[in-house]
Design a protein around this ligand. Sequence first.
Ligand code: 13P
Length: 248
Amino acid sequence: MARKKIVAGNWKMNLSPRKAEKFTKEMRSVINTDNVEVVMCVPFVYLTMVQEILDGTKIKIGAQNMHYADEGAYTGEISGKMLSRMKVPYVIVGHSERREYFAETDTTVNIKALKALSHGLIPIICIGETLKQREFERTFEVISKQLAIAIHDMSEEDIAKIVIAYEPIWAIGTGKTATKEQAEEVCAAIREQLRTQYGDIADSVRILYGGSVNEKNANELFNMPNIDGGLVGGASLKPSFEKVVHYQ
Ligand code: 13P
């Protein structure tokens, strides 16, 4: 069965409430596709508003992070259980910015992803190498380790549900997109690793590319055999996000 592409926008910590409302309404009126699953990952405080605006459309919402505990004394945190109760279907886990600024590790990413799955959320698990690691030709080794730990203890059923986002750190917010060949070879390697461990289920896992995706490069990237769409930062805040979604 063909894998349905996903285009997920990651707003990160951007937009005022008024702009968030206006932009979501704009996207609601211009995005209409059955070929692609569209997800908007917005700041926690906007989830309910965006969800209400998008009600009745095919656009889904996602959170950008979650805590692995269900509840408790974790001031300032939001649990996967809360997201699930609020009917948020997707959650980004282990974004490189979380790893860099908030001390997330491969192990916490694994714990969060397992917890997300246990609450029926779909984790979009991010992995990616730094520029130094690429220059020292360690990309495959780094990605393989990040992936192995992120999916530790996952069942075949879990694997069929997760989404993986390959986001080379040097391509994030830099305007320096990986070439379609660079992105494809890593996404293909990720799928091969999944196949070695889980067999043919690997063919149903959606693997996204992220890093300076825009309306100009989406088409060539998303048409590569092992790239099943994208995780889009900067371009998900612009009207041209509609063009990324309708990339064909
Ligand atoms: P940019 O598209 O702005 O490079 O960000 C990518 C990203 O980090 C998406 O999660």
